[in-house]
Ligand binder design. Structure first.
Ligand code: S3P
Length: 187
């Protein structure tokens, strides 16, 4: 059994938390949603952290919490959509976890976000397309890329478990790069 971690990344509303929770249930691994840990640490919900402390403070919490999360083992970690923008943090994730990116179309994000208004400070109809374009490079390096738009959580989890290396240990960026080349499948 893989002795590392699985990290789930991707744009807001791609289903990272639901898929991460389902994977952890199936594998019997610990589940961590980094936004939830940040909220516990800050003592307030994410929108309030952005409004009262500012995004740079949120990003500092995020750096700390994600680094700690991938420092453990046998964990499924759902990341916030912006966590991989920081190159140093992205490299830590790639070095310590199998990184799965959930792909989602802008139209799907807008539709899902409508149901959870106010939960995501960076999300409003004017910014989804441009923010998504800016995030392309942050989501480019990964071990597996899975499309989510038309698929229920269970189907996404099936696809992930069928494609990630659950035997052996992923260590070092060379292994990660090799794995990324062989495992990244088009969405
Ligand atoms: C953010 C995504 C959010 C949360 C914060 C910032 C982003 O998480 O971390 O609002 O920069 O994309 P989700 O992707 O889980 O919504």
């Amino acid at each position: 059994m893989h002795s590392g971690n699985i990290c789930i990344g991707g744009f807001m509303c791609s289903g990272k938390t639901s898929v991460g929770r389902e994977l952890s249930r199936r594998l019997g691994w610990e589940f961590l949603d980094t936004d939830t840990v940040i909220e516990q640490r800050a003592g307030m919900p994410v929108p309030r952290i952005f409004a009262e402390l500012g995004e740079p403070v949120f990003r500092r919490f995020e750096f700390e919490v994600v680094s700690e999360a991938v420092g453990g083992s046998n964990r499924v970690v759902s990341l916030g959509g912006g966590a991989l923008v920081n190159t140093e943090l992205r490299n830590r994730v790639l070095a310590n976890a199998c990184l799965v990116i959930l792909d989602v179309r802008a139209e799907t994000v807008l539709c899902r976000a409508e149901r959870q208004k106010g939960a995501r400070p960076l999300l409003d109809s004017g910014t989804v397309h441009s923010l998504m374009a800016k995030r392309t490079s942050a989501y480019a390096a990964c071990h597996l890329r899975v499309a989510t738009d038309e698929f229920p959580v269970n189907a996404v989890a099936d696809r992930i478990l069928a494609n990630i290396p659950l035997t052996g240990t992923l260590t070092g960026t060379d292994t990660i790069r090799a794995a990324a080349e062989t495992l990244c499948v088009p969405a």
